[in-house]
Structures are given as C-alpha cells and as structure tokens.
Design a protein around this ligand. Structure first.
Ligand code: GDP
Ligand code: MG
Length: 156
C-alpha cells in the first residue's frame, strides 16, 4: 500500500504547499489564514519507484477550537504510525517553543526537517536535532524540492 509519509508543523509553515509541490497539482488549499487545513488529506505518490502515502495534516498549535483540536489529535496519531515525518518550520521566524518540544520528540532515522521560507530570511540558527537531516527550502518557488526528495528516498 506504500510507506506512510506525514507532513507536520505549525499552521502556515507551508505544509499544504509541500503536499501540492510533491504531487505536482493543487490538491490542498494553500492560504495565509492559519488553521485552513483541519482534517488530514491523504494521497498516493511514487518517489523514485517507491510507492508512498503522503498525509497533509492540521497545523500543530495550542487551540481552544474543538474541531481544530480533533485535527491536531489526528495529525499526532498519523505521526506515530508514519514511516517518515516531514517536519516543516517557517525558518524566517524564530523557533517557536511549541515546535521546540515537538522537534525534541522526532526520531532522527524517521524524520526530515525542512527549513522553509528562506526567501524571507533565516532566523532559525540551531535546532535541537543535531542528528536529523535538514533541508533548506522556499517551497513557494520550488527551491529545495529536489534535495528534499533525495533526502526522503535515502531515509525511507
Ligand atoms: P500550512 O498551513 O502549513 O498548510 O501552510 P500553507 O501551505 O497553506 O502556506 C501558508 C502560507 O505560506 C501561504 O500563503 C503560502 O503561499 C505561504 N508560503 C508557503 N511556502 C512559502 C515559501 O517558501 N516562502 C514564502 N514567502 N511563503 C510561503
Ligand atoms: Mg495546510
């Protein structure tokens, strides 16, 4: 059925942009409104002959909204089952405390960290994941996608 790849990160990090870039069509709604993706979106995808299931998720953040909270619980459940987690950060902003605690829980052999939005500058210097693979990207223009695909293929 394919290895499961889950896309994780805070609202607005660029998760849905990444899903669309990998698929090559606009499957998910991309918006600057945080909380646009509430339920998980799953699609099949073949990377270098490897069949994958790629899962876009609700942005991870503290919330009082029960629907959004359910989306976040689903994202967390998917992340536990995933063969590979793609953890997106908006690297043009300082590292958020909620990201720090989630990053610390990632398994290095099963995750790739993406420093997105470097077209707007880079304000994240050091990550709490010295062993994890990281890729710089500007997904809005497609920069970093080929390096990310290579990192994915090598990690899977
Ligand atoms: P999600 O909430 O994590 O799914 O984020 P989206 O994919 O919906 O993107 C949130 C916003 O960030 C949208 O307005 C995107 O166009 C924008 N965005 C995504 N990637 C980049 C990037 O590399 N650079 C810049 N400047 N904006 C980006
Ligand atoms: Mg989204």
């Amino acid at each position: 059925e394919g290895a499961r790849v889950v896309i994780l990160g805070r609202p607005n990090a660029g998760k849905s942009t990444l899903l669309n870039a990998l698929l090559g069509f606009n499957r998910a709604i991309v918006s600057s409104t945080a909380g646009t993706t509430r339920d998980t979106i799953e699609e099949g995808f073949v990377l270098d002959g490897i069949p994958l299931r790629i899962i876009d998720t609700a942005g991870l953040r503290e919330t009082d909204c029960e629907i959004e909270a359910e989306g976040i619980r689903r994202a967390e459940a998917h992340s536990e089952e995933a063969h590979l987690s793609l953890y997106l950060l908006d690297a043009s902003q300082p590292l958020h405390e909620e990201d720090r605690s989630r990053l610390e829980k990632l398994v290095p052999e099963r995750s790739v960290i993406i420093l997105n939005k470097v077209d707007q500058g880079r304000r994240i210097a050091r990550l709490p994941n010295p062993e994890s693979r990281t890729v710089e990207a500007s997904l809005i223009s497609g920069t970093g996608i080929s390096e990310l695909k290579q990192a994915m293929a090598e990690t899977l």
